[in-house]
Ligand binder design. Structure first.
Ligand code: URA
Ligand code: SF4
Length: 207
């Protein structure tokens, strides 16, 4: 079965995790991607934002949420009053999964499978153990399933405050939609307002 477990160092904090994750071969996604995109932010960040997986831009630049979804997320965080400097930003899966319609054509994002999410879970668990955030903001269904199990439904719990046991630790979470879903929505303005409103719930917990 696929797992990152043997690649995860037991000590050394975020720098050691980041270095080791660069060489992870825990599932097949490392083969076609450019590089591992590990989380970014301070070890003492108060809030951890968890997305799905790196996109095309993130894969090229090696940093999470630097593409169009990331720009939108930054704007929504600022509007909700969450300082990006207080946030640790990461993904449930650390390699970009994609298909190409034709050779040498644009790379199209593909959702990670449950097996790949499970394989990559030890990295997210290790990040949580080091950062020990006061709050986890769950960005969309994939992050929700990775953290809370396959019964997670973002439409049912978005904007609420959850308390759950995750990897043996009691965590407080606020789920919301994935910023990419705002970019795809028919009514983008309404979708964006919804994201900001959920992030305001997160901001109240941190204030
Ligand atoms: N979408 C994600 O879920 N994560 C990123 O880092 C970028 C886009
Ligand atoms: Fe390892 Fe995760 Fe990349 Fe798979 S997606 S190779 S488990 S870092």
């Amino acid at each position: 079965e696929y797992t990152a477990e043997p690649f995860v160092p037991e000590r050394g904090g975020l720098p050691a995790l980041r270095r080791a994750a660069a060489d992870c071969r825990g599932c097949p996604l490392h083969r076609d991607a450019t590089q591992t995109v590990f989380g970014e932010g301070d070890a003492d960040a108060r809030v951890m934002l968890v997305g799905e997986q790196p996109g095309d831009q993130e894969d090229r630049q090696g940093k999470p949420f630097v593409g169009p979804a990331g720009k939108l997320l930054d704007r929504a965080l600022a509007e909700a009053g969450i300082d990006p400097a207080e946030a640790y930003v990461t993904n449930a899966v650390k390699h970009f999964k994609f298909t190409r319609a034709e050779p040498r054509k644009r790379r199209i994002h593909k959702a990670p499978s449950l097996r790949e999410m499970t394989a990559c879970g030890p990295w997210l668990a290790a990040e949580l153990a080091v950062v020990e955030p006061e709050l986890i903001v769950v960005l969309g269904a994939t992050a929700g399933k990775a953290l809370l199990g396959s019964s997670f439904r973002v439409t049912q719990v978005r904007g609420s405050v959850l308390e759950e046991e995750i990897h043996g630790r009691r965590e407080r979470l606020v789920p919301t939609v994935h910023p990419s879903s705002v970019l795809r929505a028919d009514d983008r303005e309404a979708a964006y307002r919804g994201l900001v409103s959920d992030l305001e719930t997160a901001a109240r917990i941190l204030s």
